[in-house]
Ligand binder design. Sequence first.
Ligand code: FAD
Length: 252
Amino acid sequence: MARTAVPRRLGDRLRWSTAELVERRYESATAQTLALAVPGWPGHLPGQHLDLRLTAEDGYSTQRSYSLASAPDGDRIELTVQRVADGEVSPYLTDDLAVGDPVEVRGPVGGWFVWRPEEQSEPVLLVAGGSGLVPLMSMIRVRRAVGSRVPFRLVYSVRGSEDRIYVPELSHGEPGLDTTFLYTRTTPSGWPRAAGRLTGEDLARWGWPEDFEPTCYVCGPTGFVETAATYLVGNNHAPERIRTERFGPTGG
Ligand SMILES: Cc1cc2nc3c(=O)[nH]c(=O)nc-3n(C[C@H](O)[C@H](O)[C@H](O)COP(=O)(O)OP(=O)(O)OC[C@H]3O[C@@H](n4cnc5c(N)ncnc54)[C@H](O)[C@@H]3O)c2cc1C
């Protein structure tokens, strides 16, 4: 049984299936959550992503990866797409795709950058740069959905307060989740920390001490992720407890 069951499940994840846009929500001026109905979606772990493929009438096809933002919810999944102004796929998803339109998806993908609530009881540090918050939000939502009491800390770096996503959800004071906003370009008036990029001191102050042995999840643009991971190692976090996901080549 096991020898046939495992390849079949893997085959399901590698197969493209047709999803339909069922709802769109605005998270910021440039980021939107797209809810998709995916018949037969096998479920996912928080932190995983999927591949999304678009095909034009002339047969041209292109694909990108998007993290799952939602907790598992049957055939409904949510992605949050940050519009990259000169991008090929993200402006189509945010500006042109209409409710009822199809897209192809394949997944879920990824087995390392995941949080498994039934196996992991250690504290969790989430470090997000911009839209890198998306898979980390799935972890927060799953924590809530399963009633986990694992303590979470989120350090979320964005250019300015208008760039933040999921603000209502992050602002309602969830027990066991401490959220710190860091602004790289402009701060709200009277904000105690000057605008600037993430530092090792920020992570030491707002993250967990290394002797708590947290698992650290870092996600965002490539440069952000590499810098943040280097700071965590510099703060004596064991490299094997730092898990990273890179969204794109540049930016911050
Ligand atoms: C595992 C994984 C998960 C991802 N999850 C998400 C997600 O949840 N939400 C999301 O919005 N994106 C996510 N991305 C990024 C996404 O796959 C695309 O790269 C992004 O939407 C841009 O695609 P595009 O076609 O619009 O731009 P492209 O046409 O591919 O690129 C256009 C220009 O934008 C630059 N660029 C490309 N990507 C980025 C970026 N991420 N940041 C800054 N500049 C960029 C390119 O260098 C180029 O100059 C994820 C990427 C990976 C690898």
